[in-house]
Design a protein around this ligand. Structure first.
Ligand SMILES: C[C@@H](O)CC(=O)SCCNC(=O)CCNC(=O)[C@H](O)C(C)(C)COP(=O)(O)OP(=O)(O)OC[C@H]1O[C@@H](n2cnc3c(N)ncnc32)[C@H](O)[C@@H]1OP(=O)(O)O
Length: 136
């Protein structure tokens, strides 16, 4: 396996209102904290916040496309949503290899998402199974 402890990858994107609407349609989760401005403004959060799994979907892209990348499959992912994500926030998803099990072809990555202020909004660990050598 051509991976090493400490190897990392990241990318950033800005969350839009369209993301909220499309994710609500895709998932069927129309929770008013995401979809109803008036409702959300009257909560502790002061406005609509991202679906937690919309933010987490950035990890899917990071692990599936970058590290370990295409051909790998998700085995597990822990998620702690530490701060809300708002429309217009620029989120950086980051993954770092923390464990390599050559025999079982399992890679464990520490995964975080941070906002433009550097605050962690999501934290967890992902485990990915790598394809056999002959599969790529
Ligand atoms: C399944 C989907 O439909 C729902 C989602 O995906 S929600 C999106 C993902 N989650 C988040 O974005 C949460 C991010 N994390 C946080 O904001 C905080 O870590 C926390 C609020 C979860 C916990 O903060 P903490 O300070 O440790 O805990 P408190 O319990 O003291 O809460 C702080 C204030 O938050 C208010 N609050 C909690 N839950 C709700 C809620 N469902 N709606 C509105 N407000 C909520 C809580 O009232 C506290 O405010 P208070 O003035 O102190 O009472």
């Amino acid at each position: 396996m051509n991976f090493e402890i400490g190897q990392s990858a990241q990318f950033s994107r800005t969350v839009t209102e369209t993301d909220f609407i499309m994710f609500a349609g895709l998932s069927g989760d129309y929770n008013p904290i995401h979809t109803d401005q008036e409702y959300a403004e009257n909560t502790f959060f002061g406005g609509r916040i991202s679906h937690g799994l919309l933010t987490a979907s950035m990890l899917s892209r990071l692990l599936g496309m970058h590290l370990p990348g295409p051909g790998s499959i998700y085995v597990s992912q822990s998620l702690t949503f530490t701060k809300p994500v708002y429309i217009g926030d620029t989120i950086t998803a980051y993954a770092e290899v923390v464990k390599i099990d050559e025999d079982s072809r399992l890679l464990t990555l520490q995964t975080t998402c941070r906002n433009q202020s550097g605050s962690t909004v999501l934290d967890g660990n992902g485990v990915m199974k790598l394809p056999k050598k002959e599969q790529g």
